[in-house]
Design a protein around this ligand. Structure first.
Ligand SMILES: NC(=O)c1ccc[n+]([C@@H]2O[C@H](COP(=O)([O-])OP(=O)(O)OC[C@H]3O[C@@H](n4cnc5c(N)ncnc54)[C@H](O)[C@@H]3O)[C@@H](O)[C@H]2O)c1
Length: 437
């Protein structure tokens, strides 16, 4: 097995580093964020990810996993270097690869012996070549190989996705690089996980093509849900019947307030921008992006209508802040648009999320955050469900009704049964469901 440095200890780097050490490799997770590394060295976990604590603990105990801010030393000590830094949306929709390039420079400066450099960050097609050029421009004497190994884990199920992936994609240009990666992922080879071996540009493309397709599916079902509202159809029955068709599959057919998160919004934008530059108009993904923007705005309009046309001086309980359950990640969460519009409209917001409030406080420090859903909804004029945490699925609707000043709910995740809310006398909106179902 190999000695590996993972550069960037975020959602991907930390889970990936823990997973790679679980596979038997010796892993040093590095970050420039000293606070993060300090936390990890003190046994604390800087992100919320179910199951991560256990994997971290057993690999730290075995001595195979450590954390450091000393990138130079870690690079020199390792056979394989994974790049897992952020690639946020930059100008004009393009992915900003400055963190990747800065890491490439640091690798170039510390190259003393053969290494395999592997990018896990989602990077625009052609970035692999840029990384190679940067390293060579600094150090042209020492041999290295480059691999693109995009990551497909989902936040909230990241540990399982990393340890038991549907597939592993490895893009490389020579046999030696493939052999090193086979060693890194040996347990997956043994249990016959599908491994796609391809060239670098294809591997980079697979990541964007996959994410954009899922985003497209979500936008599609959201638009069908909007149609259902007009024709008294029920989107859950439509989606269920569609999903029973093996060609379609039931995954990503759940309507909601529009996709968010750290990947779909930026990756769809990056893909269409990249393709435009190549003279290819990916109109389907462009349509998915605008449908998604409209969906998020549509939720705001629904809530405004429910509360009588204006948010001014209305007390609104916002339940759920993360972009999906089981994560503390709020990047591009639909809750952000909702909160921004509520603030613009003069609402008095009471926000609650079981896990993501600390993340949201970094962007909205002055919101009124509550310690539970009960204080959040107390005397509110309406409640809006933005994330389908189990805690909200299971709440006592009768109790909720008694606490609210007006029995108004916007359920953007369709977690409540319309018939039940009707029975309890709520004014209610959802996404594409009939009141009687
Ligand atoms: N989050 C996901 O669900 C997911 C899934 C698949 C792929 N990805 C991709 O993986 C990449 C990382 O995503 P993430 O969500 O883990 O990001 P993140 O923001 O959680 O973590 C990135 C980390 O990199 C660190 N970093 C930045 N510059 C550095 C440097 N020069 N040296 C060392 N560390 C540095 C940051 O401090 C941060 O801790 C992105 O390209 C993303 O698109 C993310």
């Amino acid at each position: 097995m190999k000695t590996i440095t993972v550069i960037g200890t975020g959602y991907v780097g930390l889970v990936g580093g823990a997973g790679l050490s679980d596979f038997g490799n010796t892993v040093i997770c590095c970050d420039i964020d000293t606070e993060k590394i300090e936390m990890l060295n003190n046994g604390e976990i800087p992100i919320y990810e179910p199951g991560l604590e256990e994997v971290l603990a057993r690999n730290i105990k075995s001595g195979r996993l450590s954390f450091s801010t000393d990138l130079d030393l870690a690079i020199r000590q390792s056979d394989v270097i994974f790049i897992a830094v952020g690639t946020p949306q930059g100008e004009n929709g393009e992915a900003d690869i400055s963190q990747v390039i800065s890491v490439a420079r640091q690798i170039g400066k510390n190259l003393r012996s053969y290494k395999l450099i592997c990018t896990k960050s989602t990077v625009p097609i052609g970035t692999g070549q840029k990384v190679i050029d940067v390293i060579k421009s600094i150090n042209n004497n020492i041999e290295f190989d480059y691999v693109s190994n995009p990551e497909f884990l989902r936040e909230g199920a990241a540990v399982k996705d990393f340890l038991w992936p549907d597939r592993v994609v490895i893009g490389a240009e020579n046999e030696r690089a493939f052999e090193v990666m086979k060693d890194v992922y040996r347990p997956l080879y043994i249990n016959e996980t599908p491994i796609v071996l391809t060239n670098i540009a294809t591997a980079e493309t697979i990541k964007y093509a996959s994410n954009a397709f899922l985003a497209l599916k979500i936008s599609y079902i959201n638009e069908i849900a909007n149609l259902c509202e007009k024709i008294e159809g029920d989107i859950h029955q439509v989606a269920r019947a569609m999903g029973l068709d093996g060609r379609i599959s039931s995954k990503f057919l759940h309507p909601g307030p529009g996709y968010g998160g750290s990947c779909f919004p930026k990756d769809t934008n990056a893909l269409v921008t990249m393709a435009d530059k190549q003279g290819i108009n990916i109109s389907t993904v462009k349509a998915a992006i605008s449908a998604n923007d409209l969906q998020k705005q549509g939720m705001v309009n629904k809530l405004r209508k429910l509360v009588g046309g204006s948010f001014a001086s209305k007390r609104i309980a916002v339940l759920g802040l993360s972009f999906k359950p089981q994560t503390d990640d709020i990047r591009d969460s639909a809750a952000i648009i909702m909160i921004e519009e509520l603030l613009k409209g003069g609402a008095d917001i009471r926000a609650y999320d079981p896990i993501a409030m600390d993340s949201m406080k970094k962007s909205f420090p002055d919101l009124h955050y509550c310690a539970g859903w009960q204080p959040a909804v107390q005397d509110a004029d309406a409640v809006v469900i933005m994330t389908e945490w189990n805690e909200f699925r299971g709440l006592d609707l009768e109790d909720l009704g008694k606490r609210l000043s007006k029995k108004i709910i916007l359920d953007t995740r369709n977690i409540y049964r319309p018939v039940e809310l009707k029975r309890l006398g709520f004014s209610y909106e959802n996404v594409g469901r009939m009141f009687v179902v």
